[in-house]
Ligand binder design. Sequence first.
Ligand code: ZN
Ligand code: MN
Length: 497
Amino acid sequence: MPDTTDTAAPYQTIIGLEVHVQLLTKTKLFCSCENRFGAAPNTLTCPVCLGLPGSLPVMNREAFRLAVRAATALNCTIAEFTKWDRKNYFYPDLPKGYQISQFDLPFSEHGQLEAIDPKGAFPPRMVRILRVHLEEDAGKSMHDEAAGTGDSRIDLNRTGTPLLEIVSQPDLRSAAEARCWLNELRLLLVYLGVSDCNMQEGSLRVDANVNLHIPCDGGRVAKTPIVEIKNMNSFRSVERALTYEVARQYEEWQATGKELGSAPKQTRGWDDAAGITRGQRHKEESSDYRYFPEPDLVPVTLTADQIDEVRRGMPESPRALRQRLEETWQISAYDADVLVGQGRALVNYFETLARLVEDGKVASNWMQQDVLRTLNERGIAIADFPVAAEGLATVIGRVKKGDFDTSRGREIFAEMINSGRSADDVISEMGIAAVGDDELMTLCRELVEGNPKIVADVQGGKEQAAAGLIGQAKKKNPNVNPGKVRALCLEIIRGMS
Ligand code: ZN
Ligand code: MN
């Protein structure tokens, strides 16, 4: 694939991502402990997730259902037969000494998801997905988090949480593409209801593999050693870490000439404060994990009918939704991206509003300027927004009818949000009444008579001078419609000459 993003660079950037996502189940993957973030340490555990002798795991069917739903949306092939494997390693946050995962027969493979930049800085990039598998999460080590005592503690609440591992092919060609792809993936998983993808709480974690392909003399391409970057806690850090690592690898290659295969794969950690990656351990090969089939769990079989049923129940994807909003409501790709990025509930509000006012562009403007601003200011979701789409539609309808102008409409809407009262109540309470035609005509005649200088300017061809009349009209009666005042005054002035 050609490098379309950074043609000036003397190399091509090769990036593959590995994403771990916690599933939104009530209970853990192999026991009935609650799957919940934020509980007191070690209060959500049982013999199964603690790995006590004699305990036996039982698979959570809901976790498997969510996993199949996610993989189907990622266009993966779903296996009719899949099994569990033990991945053995020693670490204090893994009490069993192994993680139940999937090795050679993952439940899904060979999908794809496109990276799309809403600002159009690069063309869409289709990224193949190598595999998606289900596994259990480990616990959490807390190193010296309590008052600098030097202690390390373990919280096993997270142990056994269902985790989806999504591995992409190395198809991404820049740090910016990687960020866009992750945004699309997160949005898709949230729309599917399979995860909340909350990075602060660790529901979504990203590792990135990166190296460079450098064209050399004689048509040879030098490949730098692959580095896996860990410990990135936002998509912004992923982009920064990759940008840093690309520059670092190029410098290192210029200094040492070291190529892929001359050294084992390296893992580097991202230090967000310092803005650099640091070398960590050498990466284990899969043979180091001594994978073998999990003897305590039966394989999972799915029929073609069951797989079809999941496919039929699939909701509209963010990508399809964006395209539909653009076509149905004639809004820009950028506007559709903003609305869809806020989640399905906000899109439903927008569509109700657009239908009622029969104008997608106007509805989209009000959503972005007034509704979204209020949501951000108050830190609330659309579900908690105090005014229903019908209420806002009433205000927009009155603006369109010419009863008052947009800025007056926004004042009314703001008051509806603050007071929770209806549009009609607020309008009558604020003393806003549509100004009658006779009243408006009288007002405009007075204005024209009282402003000979403006009249002369307009007659001399400077129509913009009429703005002075609108300002005066609003002072006399704040409810007048500026457009109507302007049209009427110009009509009177023309009639004079
Ligand atoms: Zn448990
Ligand atoms: Mn994993």
